[in-house]
Design a binder for this molecule. Sequence first.
Ligand SMILES: [Zn+2]
Length: 396
Amino acid sequence: MTEAGFDALWSALAPVGRDSRSGGYRRFAWTGEDLALREWFASEATSRGLDVTLDRAGNQWAWWGDPDRDGPGVVTGSHLDSVPDGGAYDGPLGVVSSLLAVDALRARGVVPARPLGIVCFGDEEGARFGIACAGSRLVTGALDSDRARALTDDDGTTMAEAMTTAGVVDPAHVGRDDEAVSRIGTFVELHVEQGRGLVDRDAAVGVASAIWPHGRWRVDLAGEANHAGTTRLVDRRDPMLDLARLVLAAREQAERHDALATVGRVRVTPNGTNAVPSSVQAWLDARGAAAGDVRALVAAVAAEVGTEPVEESWTPETEFDPALRDRLAGVLNGAPVLPTGAGHDAGILSGAGIPTAMLFVRNPTGVSHSPAEHAERVDCLAGVDALTDVLEDLLR
Ligand SMILES: [Zn+2]
């Protein structure tokens, strides 16, 4: 029954935002794909008799029971948006597993002693406006609403304009929502692992210990636009050379500081084959086990390039609630406990003081943020079982 249930939900999601050439997904905030996913979630939740609501940040909630009368509740869920050309599992696996866990709890005859909520956070990847976990940051107040409204995408569209076009939330009222947050007594997010930790431990499901500190910086490199055929090398101010230095410095400093650094996104102006660029913007993503090493890495890169990077986001180390983590590992008969370098909405909620935990489902190659991201169906089903066991325990 679970297999058929899983396949039905999975195949309904499969075509939304899928690029037919790469097989990857483009599911960005406040686009038509986003709206289709929101509709799918609301309809699946409603068909299960759950009460679907929207918070002031535009995140979707589906409640079994009344969190205002009997809460705070136990909340699970994840996100449905993707990075550019992302995989099918990052986010959706958690949402699909949450819906199936509700089915499984009912099939087991569980009568929850407190309300159970499923949340579908918006704009987790930050693929369009550059701020990861925008939905959970907004609702908890970690992202200022004025700043959010003014963020722009690559076409110069502001988040406020995108929200208006989508018509889901009124950007004028977007922001922190203490009432929605107060309904969360405990949060558990199931997610595909984005590494090979569970492969190494020979386990289908694991429990997260911590999320590494991580941040994003924008580096503005100025130059002078000119003709590629007539401008002597000596006369050029070519910001692409600074970009090259930036990329190499990021790699070198990451190795030196035992951390990770990535330049995965650049904006070249005017982006013409036969023109020296007038400017280049690049984004540096840096993470590591120790915050001090990450900060030192970014400072060293900045010194080498001679430009002060603009910090767009910073998330300190998240250590998940130790008691909750141990409780989950116990329910799951000693499932392995492991850290991750990937950020999640769970990290934002944990930072807001909510007891939070995560479950990871084995990723056989470790590849994520790529069309090649994968999890075996049998492991996904083991994830649903694990989430069901955990929720049943927490709902007592
Ligand atoms: Zn994710």
